[in-house]
Design a protein around this ligand. Structure first.
Ligand code: SF4
Ligand code: FE
Length: 482
C-alpha cells in the first residue's frame, strides 16, 4: 500500500492511541471533533491529490530507494527539478485548502536527516544513515505523515541548553540502555502533530560539547507511551463549535493545528535513533531543515494568497467597487507581493545543489530570503485585503443572527451589496477574508519556519561578505594585499 487516499489516511488515525488535551479536557475521538477535523481534512488533501491524474506529476514520484511510486511528501529530492516540483505542489495544494496542510514539516525533516546522517557517518564513522534509510523505507511503504519536531520550549533564551535552570527546556537523552534511549522534554508549536503518525525529533539549535545530551535525533510514534499533546488555541477557533459560515473555511480551517507535545521519559529503540551525542552536527541539521522549510513558504503562502486575492476581488465586485482605479492598483500590488514570494521559492530550488549523500539541497541564502519576505509581504497583502474589503469584515453579526426570524430579514436587507448577489454570498466571502487575514494566520507567517531574526542570521552568514568586499576594492583600485 504505497499510497493512501485521504479517506484511508483518516481511517489510519483512528487506529492510533494519540493522547490529546484541549480546553482542559482529554479528547476521546479527535478525528471527528470539530476542533481538529478541518486540519485533518487539509492534510488528507495531500493524500487525495496523489490519486488525481491531473496532479500525478507533482504529487507522486518514483522512490530512489525502492523504485516504487510514492507520495512526494515521503520523497528525498534527487534533482533541482524535484525541488522546483515541491514548490509547485505546495502552491497547488494551498489553492485547494486555503490553509496549511501540515505535511511539509515532516517531509523537510526527512530530507534534512537524510543528508546530515550521511555526512556525519562519513566524518565520524557512525552508522546512522543506514538506520535512517530503513525508517524512510517504512515511511514510504506505509505513506506515513510525520511531524517535523524541532522547536524546543527554550526557557531562558540567553542560556545554552545545558545552562538552563530546568534541564528539560530542550529535549535530551536521560538514559541509554542496550535496547535504546529514553528522552525527556517537550516540543513546541508542533504543526499537524495530533494528526501525524510519527514525530521526527531533531535539535533546535547548534550545540557545544557541554550540550551533548541534547544532541538527539530520532523517530517516535505520536502515540508512544509518555507522549501527550496539548492543542493550541487559534483566533476564532470556538466558531467551529457553533456553525459553518462564521469560520470562513469550514472544511479546512485557518492555518495548521499546532500543539505543545510533552515527552515524559519516552523510550526510543536504537533503530529509530539518528543522532545521539554528536553535538557537532546539530547546527548543520538545524540549518538544512530550516532552509528546506523556508523554501516552502513561497509555495504554500502564495497558494493561500491566490485565494485571499481572489476573495478580495470578489468582495470588491460584490461591493460595487471593483472598477475603481485605486482598487485595481491595490490588487496589482497584492499580486506583485505574492508572485515575488513564488519567484524566490523557485529560485532557491533551481539553484539547489547535490549533497554528498546524493540528495539535493536548496540554496540556503535564497531560501532564507523567501521566508524573510513572507514576514513582510503577507502582512501587506492582508493589510490591502482589509483596506479593500471594508469595515464590515470586523463588525458582521453571527450566522445565528442571519438565521433568526426577528433579525435575519433586516440583516439580509442591510448587508446587501450590488443587486443580483445574495447577501449570504457577500457574507461568506467576507468571513473568508476575515479569517484568512488576521490573528493566528498572520502570526504564523511571522514565526512559522523560524522567527525573522533566525533568517537574518543565516542571510548574513551565507552572504559571502569577503567576496563582496574584494569586488569593491578591486573596482576602486585598492591593491589586494590591503
Ligand atoms: Fe507546509 Fe506551509 Fe504549512 Fe509549513 S506552513 S507545513 S510549508 S503548508
Ligand atoms: Fe508553517
Amino acid at each position: 500500500m504505497p499510497m493512501m487516499t485521504g479517506a484511508e489516511y483518516i481511517e489510519s488515525l483512528r487506529k492510533l492511541n494519540t493522547e490529546i488535551y484541549a480546553f482542559g479536557q482529554k479528547i476521546e475521538n479527535f478525528v471527528d471533533h470539530p476542533l481538529f477535523r478541518p486540519h485533518i481534512n487539509a492534510a488528507a488533501v495531500t493524500y487525495d491529490m496523489a490519486h488525481e491524474p491531473e496532479f500525478e506529476d507533482l504529487v507522486t514520484v518514483k522512490s530512489h530507494l525502492t523504485g516504487k511510486k510514492i507520495n512526494r511528501f515521503t520523497h528525498i529530492h534527487q534533482s533541482t527539478e524535484d525541488l522546483v516540483k515541491k514548490v509547485k505542489m505546495l502552491r497547488m495544494i494551498a489553492q485547494r485548502t486555503g490553509t496549511c496542510f501540515q505535511r511539509c514539516v515532516g517531509f523537510d525533516g526527512l530530507n534534512a536527516l537524510y543528508s546530515v546522517t550521511y555526512e556525519m557517518d562519513q566524518a565520524l564513522g557512525t552508522g546512522y544513515h543506514k538506520r535512517f534509510v530503513e525508517f524512510l523505507k517504512y515511511v514510504q511503504e506505509n505513506d506515513l505523515m510525520s511531524a517535523g519536531s524541532m522547536t524546543d520550549p527554550k526557557g531562558d533564551r540567553g542560556l545554552r541548553p545545558s545552562q538552563q535552570a530546568d534541564p528539560d527546556m530542550y529535549v535530551r537523552v536521560v538514559k541509554k540502555t542496550g535496547e535504546g534511549i529514553v528522552i525527556r522534554g517537550a516540543k513546541a508549536h508542533q504543526t499537524g502533530i495530533v494528526n501525524s503518525h510519527y514525530m521526527v525529533i531533531m535539535p533546535t539549535v547548534a550545540l557545544g560539547e557541554a550540550d551533548r545530551d541534547y544532541a538527539v535525533a530520532c523517530a517516535v510514534p505520536v502515540d508512544a507511551p509518555g507522549i501527550f499533546h496539548v492543542f493550541g488555541r487559534q483566533t476564532n477557533d470556538e466558531r467551529r463549535l457553533e456553525g459553518e459560515i462564521d469560520t470562513g473555511n469550514a472544511r479546512y480551517g485557518i492555518v495548521g493545528g499546532e500543539a505543545l507535545t510533552v515527552l515524559e521519559d519516552v523510550f526510543v529503540p536504537w533503530d529509530k535513533v539518528f543522532m545521539c551525542g554528536e553535538y557537532q552536527y546539530a547546527g548543520m541539521l538545524v540549518e538544512r531543515f530550516a532552509s528546506y522549510h523556508r523554501q516552502n513558504y513561497g509555495g504554500c503562502k502564495c497558494g493561500v494568497s491566490d485565494i485571499i486575492i481572489g476573495a478580495t476581488m470578489t468582495l470588491a465586485e460584490y461591493n460595487g467597487a471593483a472598477k475603481a482605479s485605486h482598487i485595481k492598483d491595490k490588487i496589482t500590488e497584492m499580486l506583485h507581493l505574492s508572485e515575488t514570494l513564488y519567484c524566490c521559492s523557485i529560485a532557491c530550488s533551481a539553484e539547489g545543489r547535490k549533497t554528498a549523500s546524493g540528495a539535493y539541497y536548496v540554496d540556503p541564502l535564497l531560501a532564507n530570503i523567501v521566508k524573510q519576505n513572507v514576514t513582510r509581504h503577507i502582512y501587506e497583502i492582508c493589510r490591502l485585503a482589509h483596506d479593500i474589503a471594508g469595515g464590515f469584515i470586523a463588525t458582521l453579526p453571527s450566522e445565528k443572527d442571519f438565521l433568526s426570524p426577528k433579525t435575519g430579514p433586516f440583516l439580509e436587507k442591510y448587508f446587501r451589496g450590488v443587486a443580483g448577489v445574495p447577501t449570504e454570498h457577500r457574507v461568506r466571502i467576507a468571513r473568508l477574508v476575515e479569517n484568512m487575514t488576521g490573528g493566528t494566520a498572520l502570526a504564523e507567517s511571522m514565526h512559522g519556519a523560524g522567527s525573522p531574526q533566525t533568517q537574518r542570521v543565516m542571510i548574513m552568514r551565507q552572504s559571502n561578505m569577503e567576496h563582496k568586499k574584494r569586488l569593491a576594492r578591486k573596482l576602486a583600485g585598492i591593491p589586494e594585499q590591503e
